[in-house]
Design a protein around this ligand. Structure first.
Ligand SMILES: Cc1cc2nc3c(=O)[nH]c(=O)nc-3n(C[C@H](O)[C@H](O)[C@H](O)COP(=O)(O)O)c2cc1C
Length: 203
């Protein structure tokens, strides 16, 4: 059995009573199970991430051998986020719907990990994702917008951007429906929604 790594990203601004934090913890616990696991990397983007700015963009678009030390420093944190992503087999993303889309903090993370030459590359036939053999589980919650409906710009966007960097296996879990269940039912629902994933990877 091959040891697996999980990257667990939280983005809700809430810490008390956050549905996505709670249900994504259940997902991570279930993925861990009794299986061989290298570990879980936790990245709470709601604690604050820098936004890309002119200096960062110039550094990013400079050919790596030509980057100055200052530019390398500017990209250092983004390099770290990319390394976390590359090291992981499962990416569990907890994302509430904020104003029909994803929280700004999660978008800031995406801006920092979508890097030409690292997570995608340009080819004659258009961009190609560079992340292979990874599965994403997106745990979403909303206050009324139906997950997967036309008004939900979050799940379609996350699927698009994950596919762009090479992660095509994306499971969306509607945590709003799970959170109203009792504890046993909650776990059962999480298990049934991700059981196929675990079987597929030989866990
Ligand atoms: C700033 C903000 C914007 C929100 N926008 C929407 C929205 O557009 N549509 C919706 O259905 N719910 C919206 N909600 C409700 C949240 O999606 C809902 O409370 C969800 O449970 C939040 O996730 P959490 O429980 O993990 O914090 C919004 C909540 C906040 C705080």
């Amino acid at each position: 059995m091959i040891a697996k790594m999980i990257l667990h990203i939280n983005s809700s601004g809430r810490y008390t009573d956050s549905i996505t934090r709670h249900v994504s913890d259940l997902v991570v616990e279930h993925l861990k199970g009794d299986n061989v696991l290298q570990g879980v990397i936790k990245r709470d983007v709601a604690k604050g991430l820098p936004f890309v700015n002119e200096a960062w963009i110039n550094a990013n678009f400079m050919a790596p051998p030509e980057r100055t030390e200052a530019q390398k420093m500017l990209l250092h944190f983004s390099d770290e986020l990319v390394a976390e992503l590359k090291a992981s087999d499962y990416i569990v993303i907890a994302s509430p719907i904020y104003n029909f889309s994803i929280p700004a903090a999660l978008k800031a993370w995406i801006d920092l990990i979508a890097r030409a030459g690292l997570t995608f590359r340009y080819t004659e036939n258009g961009p190609v994702g560079l992340l292979e053999n990874k599965k994403a589980i997106v745990v979403m919650a909303s206050g009324g917008v139906s997950i997967g409906s036309e008004m939900d710009m979050a799940s379609s966007y996350l699927k698009l951007v994950l596919g762009f960097i090479g992660i095509h296996d994306v499971t969306i879990i509607d945590a709003s429906t799970i959170d109203c269940l009792g504890d046993d039912e909650k776990l059962h629902s999480v298990k049934s929604q991700i059981s196929g994933l675990i079987e597929l990877t030989g866990y």
